[in-house]
Design a binder for this molecule. Structure first.
Ligand code: XUL
Ligand code: CO
Length: 442
């Protein structure tokens, strides 16, 4: 493969320079090669670059066109531009030291006039991606299909009232699974962008949910038939673009998967900004998934609590990330998942260098959170506080309750007899908040 000339000529691979680094283009906390428990930090954190934001984002919003013009976006043939853009993306992944990338089919290759032409475009780009992956060592965290941008999907894909659109979406996902497999993708994501409704006046909710389940079953069957071993992930989001999305949050996702016999095949890709849009904390969503052994991967970003939509910002909130990391590490990590920066530059951040500042900030915040969470878990103060709080269920009648080896009559007898009135015990929230701050701020 011939080497293309650099697209970020002024930027050298970002190096770890420690917390007192004097340049902004350096890591202060993320030291990819540092061994932590015998494994490189890069292998613990498995950072991934989201192609759609970082290489297709233009800064456009509903009030105005794009502001960002990349020097490599030149020419008239969309496939040639897509090939060059891919070179720029892999140079970026290498320079930012991200071991993974993630894409939608339509981000990497232009949609053609027919599905056959779209598939041919995709094949050309995927062949190049394969070469670039081999040359750089950057791997595919997950692939997915864009089933929400094209007008044909305006009323949903798998939940579209027209079976023709369902069939088209199935054909598109078939191809997306084929190429994800070809590129060694470790996961495959389903984000139900328009799988919901705008109004119940025109919607048969029960049928739409059944169709969505049928679609996921067909995807599971197809993946099996081609020997795709990657993990399937559902990415919940409550709304936007639809008024109501069926995969509202992790809890409703679990209920949906269990109702339709899909729970063995899926885990969750949890996105911070989607959690907050659903009225939850990031940490809450992680805990709900982890409680069911269904924590899969993270779309790393954050929202703005003063804005009611998905602002997809880079997350530099170390406190929020530390709480998330404690839950993730306690759950045993993300397995084949990773931290995918599903985050975009603000509209006025137009320099190619801003892509580096944004990812350095996100990676450093996660790396710092990782270190703080490890310390919190090693000290075990929160763990022992919490286990002590539930200790009454570890023996005697409490254990019988937990094991469901008692009944209301027995418990009634106990309370009327030797137990009497419970003695209240403080929840100690303020003490614990202060304890958390000792880790965050010393
Ligand atoms: C949209 C979103 C998507 C998914 C992949 O809010 O997060 O980019 O991550 O389709
Ligand atoms: Co996402």
């Amino acid at each position: 493969m011939k080497k293309s000339r650099p697209h970020f000529p002024r930027i050298k691979p970002i190096a770890y320079a420690g917390p007192s680094a004097t340049t902004a283009l350096a890591f202060r906390h993320y030291n990819p090669d540092e061994l932590v428990d015998g494994k490189k930090m890069s292998a613990h954190l498995r950072f991934s670059i989201a192609y759609w934001h970082s290489f297709r984002g233009t800064g456009a919003d509903p009030f105005g066109p794009g502001t960002i013009q990349r020097p490599w976006e030149k020419g008239t043939d969309p496939v040639s531009i897509a090939l060059t853009r891919l070179d720029a993306a892999f140079e970026f992944c290498q320079k930012i030291r991200a071991p993974f990338w993630a894409f939608h089919d339509r981000d990497i290759a232009p949609e053609g006039r027919s599905l056959a032409e779209s598939n041919r475009n995709l094949d050309r780009i995927v062949a190049h991606a394969k070469d670039l992956q081999r040359a750089t060592g950057v791997k595919l965290l997950w692939g997915t299909a864009n089933l929400f941008s094209n007008p044909r999907y305006m009323c949903g894909a798998a939940t579209n009232p027209d079976a023709h659109v369902f069939a088209y979406a199935a054909a598109q996902v078939k191809k997306a699974l084929d190429v994800t497999k070809q590129l060694g993708g470790e996961n495959y994501v389903f984000w139900g962008g328009r799988e919901g409704y705008e109004t119940l006046l025109n919607t048969n909710l029960k049928r739409e949910q059944a169709h969505l389940a049928a679609f996921l079953h067909l995807a599971v069957d197809y993946a099996k038939s081609i020997g795709f071993k990657g993990q399937f992930l559902i990415e919940p989001k409550p709304k936007e673009p639809t008024k109501h999305q069926y995969d509202f949050d992790v809890a409703s996702g679990i209920a949906f998967l269990r109702t339709h016999g899909l729970e063995k095949h899926f885990k969750f890709n949890i996105e911070t900004n989607h959690a907050t849009l659903a009225g939850h904390t990031f940490n809450h969503e992680i805990e709900v998934a982890a409680a069911q052994g269904m924590l899969g991967s993270i779309d790393a970003n954050s929202g703005d609590l003063l804005l009611g939509w998905d602002t997809d910002q880079f997350n530099t909130d170390v406190k929020e990330l530390t709480l998330a990391m404690v839950s993730i590490l306690r759950a045993g990590g993300l397995g084949t998942g990773g931290f995918n920066f599903d985050a975009k530059l603000r509209r006025p951040s137009i320099d190619p260098e801003d892509l580096f500042h944004a990812h350095i900030g996100g990676m450093d915040a996660y790396a710092l959170a990782f270190k703080l969470a490890r310390k919190i878990l090693a000290d075990g103060k929160f763990e022992s506080f919490v286990s002590d709080r539930y200790a009454s269920y570890d023996s005697g009648y409490g254990r019988a309750i937990a094991k469901r080896r008692t009944n209301f009559r027995e418990l009634n007898k106990l309370v009327l007899g030797k137990l009497g009135e419970p003695k209240p015990r403080s929840g100690k929230q303020e003490y614990l908040e202060n304890l958390l701050n000792t880790y965050l701020h010393g």
